[in-house]
Design a protein around this ligand. Structure first.
Ligand SMILES: C[S@@+](CC[C@H](N)C(=O)[O-])C[C@H]1O[C@@H](n2cnc3c(N)ncnc32)[C@H](O)[C@@H]1O
Length: 317
C-alpha cells in the first residue's frame, strides 16, 4: 500500500471518505472485523474476568480445557462476577491514525515503536505492516493473549508483554526506542478490569494521574534522544460534569519528563450516534464530544528535528 495522503494540518478528519476507505483497507489487512471484535476480543468472558483468567491458567492447561469451560465447570460463582462495573467492550485504536503517526513521526523504516498502555493489536499490526518493530505492555493477560493470537502469522510480528506500564524498564531498555505511541485509559470512562494496578480501576482521579505519570516518565526514559512521543487523549468529566483537563495533565507529565510539546492537533471522529445524545447533553449545556487530541512531544531540542527526520511533501501544497 502507498502511504496515505492526509493533509499535514492540525485537524485530522476521520469522517472524510478518504479516511473511511483507508480504514476498511486496514481492517481487512489486520483481520479485525466488528463480529470477531465483539465475540472474541471484547465481549469474551476472559476479557471480563482477567484476574480469574490469569489465576486459572495452570489449572486450565493441566485439565486441557478452555477458559469458558473452566468457568462453567469449576469456578466458584463468586469469582465469576467482575468486582467493579466494567465496560462490556473496549475501544480500538484507529489504524489510519496509527499509519499517519508512523509516517510523520518515525525517523526511518525499521524504527522501534512501543506503547506502555497497549490495548488491542491495531498499533502493533500497522507498525509491522509498515516495516517497523513494535513492543506493547498491557496489564490484562486475556488482551495480551488475544493480540498474540491475532498477530502471530505476521512476519516480524509485534511483541506483547503482560505487565504494569510502571515496570516498563523490565521489558524495554533505556534510550532504546524511536517512537512512543500511546492512548492511555481515560480514567474510569472504560473500566478495563478489576486488577488493582489497572489505571482505569483507581479510586480517585489523583491516584489515576499519579500512575499515568509514573508510567509515562519511565516510557520517556526508554525513548532515544531526538525522538517523538505521540499521545492520543480526550478530556473526561467528573460525576458533577466538570472536565478534569486530562489533556492538560498529560502535557504537564511530558513537560516534567523533559519533553517539548510540538503539536496539539484535533482528531474529528466518525461517531454515528453523537447526534442521538445531543438533546440530552444540552439540558446541562454540554456538547457531545466527537474529537480527541493528538499531542506530539519531542525528547530533545526541537530545532534538531530537521536533522533527524526527512522532509515530507504535503500532498495538497
Ligand atoms: C485506552 S486503552 C487502549 C484502548 C485502545 N484499544 C487503544 O489501543 O488505544 C488503554 C489500555 O491500558 C491498559 N492498562 C490499564 N492500566 C495499565 C497498566 N497499569 N499497565 C499497562 N496497561 C494498562 C488497559 O487494560 C487498556 O487496554
Amino acid at each position: 500500500m502507498e502511504v496515505i495522503d492526509i493533509p499535514t494540518l492540525s485537524v485530522l478528519d476521520a469522517r472524510s471518505a478518504l479516511w473511511r476507505h483507508r480504514k476498511r483497507e486496514w481492517l481487512n489487512i489486520i483481520g479485525v472485523d466488528s463480529t470477531s471484535r465483539e465475540n472474541v476480543l471484547y465481549g469474551s468472558l476472559a476479557m471480563r474476568l482477567p484476574g480469574l483468567y490469569s489465576k486459572s491458567r495452570e489449572e486450565r492447561e493441566r485439565l486441557g480445557i478452555s477458559f469458558d469451560e473452566y468457568v462453567k465447570l469449576y469456578a466458584p460463582e463468586e469469582l465469576t462476577k467482575p468486582a467493579t462495573k466494567m465496560s462490556e467492550g473496549t475501544s480500538t485504536f484507529d489504524p489510519v491514525l496509527a499509519e499517519i503517526i508512523y509516517h510523520w513521526f518515525t525517523p526511518y523504516h525499521g524504527a522501534r515503536v512501543f506503547d506502555c498502555f497497549a490495548g488491542d493489536c491495531t498499533k502493533g499490526a500497522v507498525a509491522v505492516a509498515m516495516k517497523h518493530q513494535f513492543i506493547g505492555i498491557e496489564i490484562r493477560e486475556p488482551q495480551v493473549d488475544a493480540n498474540l493470537d491475532k498477530v502471530r502469522y505476521m512476519a516480524n510480528h509485534p511483541r506483547y508483554f503482560c505487565g504494569d506500564a510502571r515496570n516498563i524498564l523490565r521489558y524495554i531498555g533505556l534510550a532504546s526506542q524511536d517512537l512512543l505511541i500511546s492512548c492511555p485509559p481515560y480514567y474510569n470512562l472504560e473500566v478495563y478490569s478489576d486488577l488493582p494496578d489497572d489505571a482505569s480501576n483507581q479510586p480517585t482521579y489523583e491516584a489515576f494521574i499519579a500512575l499515568v505519570k509514573e508510567a509515562y516518565s519511565k516510557a520517556v526514559e526508554c525513548l532515544k534522544r531526538n525522538r517523538f512521543a505521540v499521545i492520543i487523549v480526550g478530556d473526561i468529566r467528573d460525576g458533577k460534569g466538570s472536565c478534569y483537563n486530562f489533556p492538560g495533565d498529560i502535557i504537564n507529565i511530558f513537560q516534567d519528563a523533559g519533553c517539548s510539546l510540538i503539536n496539539d492537533a484535533v482528531i474529528v471522529k466518525n461517531d454515528a450516534t453523537a447526534n442521538m445524545r445531543a438533546t440530552r447533553y444540552m439540558k446541562s449545556r454540554k456538547l457531545v464530544r466527537i474529537h480527541e487530541r493528538m499531542l506530539v512531544f519531542y525528547k530533545g531540542n526541537p530545532s534538531s528535528i530537521k536533522k533527524y527526520f526527512n522532509p515530507i511533501i504535503s500532498p495538497y501544497e
